[in-house]
Design a protein around this ligand. Structure first.
Ligand code: SF4
Ligand code: SF4
Length: 329
């Protein structure tokens, strides 16, 4: 019997090696749950103190996400400069969750890489696209972290670790009983987007335009593929009153013919600047809207300017508008 080799959980190995690639030494302790010393050592709790759905992989990814949200200067600060003694840094914790979910999603690992502890309810309530614009102040911090994670010096190591974890998941999933964390992993969508409802198809999605996916930078798709989590049913005019994205914050103004019927009927609505005559949007809402709230209805629909008439419901600009106001991922 060989005593020279010992068994180590393969996903532990992936993430320990990844931490090493990023210049971190991981040590285990009974005295702390997770702590960064600001000088290269990440101390994580021993497995006896883990929740049943915790893993070393998740804990390392979580700490990496904290570092990415806080930015390069945090590397020299104890616990990334965060203090969990009150709610002062809660927004950074939330941003860390959003980034962690977005990174895990790309490999179908959100269910596997779930944050544990008292923060779990926030994680469980995250939307399909945790980085989409919205009111949560954690979102811009998470978006900064995403840029560092995907374009910064850690990008390759992170991607390697997530891809390797997903490869293990693909091999283990068929053998995993229902209550196993491995059963919560999923094969990612072929375009690298998070997996979605298996009963829906790309061909029936609002984002599919001529067999290209606008969510995936126009990548070619097969209409028969199962949908990703960004799936939306095709938009029709019936969706407009509840949306109004193109009539409010998604765009800054609408050009208008200074001599046209709308300008003649409502001259007080028309403003002029270096770009010419237009309908302005004080506080984000077009002056021609009946009310700055849903249902968003135009008070001069029959006279609306050409750019409004030509605006295609469900077209690329419509989808962009909805994304800008946070209605689409
Ligand atoms: S956004 Fe729609 S078309 Fe694009 S991959 Fe997802 S389901 Fe398919
Ligand atoms: S953005 Fe699209 S769905 Fe929304 S109101 Fe404009 S056309 Fe309608």
């Amino acid at each position: 019997m060989s005593r020279d080799h010992r068994y180590v959980d393969p996903v532990d190995l992936i993430w320990l090696r990844t931490a090493g690639r990023l210049g971190m030494r991981v040590v285990r302790s009974d005295d702390v749950f997770a702590s960064w010393d600001g000088a290269g050592t990440l101390t994580l709790s021993t497995p006896e103190h883990f929740d049943p759905d915790d893993s070393l992989a998740q804990m390392i990814l979580h700490e990496l996400c904290h570092a990415l949200v806080m930015g390069p200067r945090a590397m020299k600060r104890v616990d990334w400069g965060l203090e969990n003694v009150d709610d002062r840094h809660l927004v950074h914790e939330h941003a860390c969750h959003r980034l962690q979910a977005a990174l895990a999603d790309r490999h179908g690992l959100r269910g596997f890489m779930g944050v544990t502890t008292q923060w779990r309810p926030y994680w469980d309530a995250l939307p399909a696209h945790p980085l989409a614009p919205g009111d949560d102040p954690a979102i811009p911090l998470a978006q900064d972290g995403w840029r560092r994670a995907t374009q910064g010096p850690w990008a390759e190591a992170l991607e390697d670790a997530l891809a390797a974890t997903a490869a293990v998941a693909a091999a283990v999933r068929p053998f995993a009983p229902e209550d196993s964390l491995w059963a919560r992993t999923r094969a990612p969508h072929p375009l690298g987007l998070p997996p979605g409802d298996p009963d829906k198809r790309c061909g029936g999605c609002a984002w599919a335009h001529g067999e290209r996916c606008l969510q995936a930078d126009g990548a070619a798709l097969d209409p028969a593929w199962p949908a990703c989590s960004r799936f939306e049913p095709p938009l029709t005019e019936a969706d407009c009153p509840a949306c109004g994205a193109c009539c409010r914050q998604a765009y800054h103004q609408v050009p208008v013919d200074a001599d046209g019927p709308l300008a003649r009927a409502h001259p007080d609505w028309v403003a002029e600047d270096a770009h010419g005559a237009h309908l302005p949007r004080p506080e984000g809402f077009c002056v021609a809207l009946q009310r700055p709230e849903a249902p968003y209805l135009c008070a001069a629909y029959a006279l609306r300017p050409a750019s409004c008439r030509d605006f295609e419901v469900g077209g690329a600009h419509c989808l962009t508008a909805r994304r800008r106001v946070g209605l689409s991922a």
